[in-house]
Design a protein around this ligand. Structure first.
Ligand code: CA
Length: 229
């Protein structure tokens, strides 16, 4: 899951970034409303965490403007203000959820997974795909019941595919899902992660759609039988 965090408090921001990355999420950080808008145009995100008190704009006005521009991704607002009216205004302005500061990082991660689950129309956290299961809240991957050890990048890649089961994703979209905006990405890095994911979860798990990108394919033995290996 690729998260954009709009938060001007450097200490809170670094805590959130480190906490979410430790749970397998990819996080980019903007400290102003202007930078938030720039990043939203530059990359594909799955969710926006929005602090209501940004230095160059009120978070509510920013959210209203983004929604008016057609921004559809789920938005979770963070507010230190324990006023019912702020929360109500935030939800009316197009937020999907809110958290009051201070909050527990595990709760934040759980809320983000719930938001993404709602967007993809699932009713439980566990994602099942043939003989493969993936639990975003524990980052646990199982194939035929056995735990499979995936790196953080491999998890992010698998998440992106599982959340878009029928879509062809371009290499740029997959890179956006597994790397932060400011990270240096070597040109063959995506291929390396795809290679590792295929080795661990079956060759068919990532289907190449020539000229377009990649798509989720069958996992494990089913994949090996289908491809005659
Ligand atoms: Ca703030």
């Amino acid at each position: 899951m690729h998260v954009l965090l709009a938060e001007d408090d450097a200490l809170i921001a670094s805590g959130i970034v480190a906490g979410l990355m430790a749970q397998g999420l990819t996080v980019d950080h903007a400290a102003t409303a202007a930078h938030t808008e720039t990043l939203l145009q530059a990359a594909d995100f799955d969710v926006l965490i929005l602090d209501l008190g940004l230095p160059d704009a009120d978070g509510i006005s920013l959210l209203r403007r983004l929604r008016a521009q057609g921004l559809s991704l789920p938005v979770l607002i963070l507010t230190a203000r324990d006023a019912v009216s702020d929360r109500v205004i935030g939800l009316q302005a197009g937020a999907d959820d809110y958290l009051l500061k201070p909050f527990d990082l595990r709760e934040l991660a759980a809320r983000l997974h719930t938001l993404q689950r709602r967007v993809s129309g699932r009713s439980v956290n566990l994602i099942e795909h043939g003989s493969l299961s993936y639990d975003p809240s524990t980052c646990e991957t199982r194939l035929d019941g056995r735990a499979v050890d995936l790196s953080r990048r491999e998890q992010a890649l698998l998440q992106a595919l599982l959340h878009n089961p029928r879509r062809v994703l371009s290499s740029d979209q997959l890179k956006d899902a597994i790397y932060g905006f400011a990270e240096d990405v070597e040109s063959n890095a995506l291929n390396v992660h795809i290679h590792h994911l295929r080795r661990k979860l079956g060759n068919g798990i990532v289907e190449t759609v020539r000229g377009l990108g990649y798509r989720l394919g069958p996992a494990g033995d089913a994949a090996r039988q289908e491809s005659g290996q």
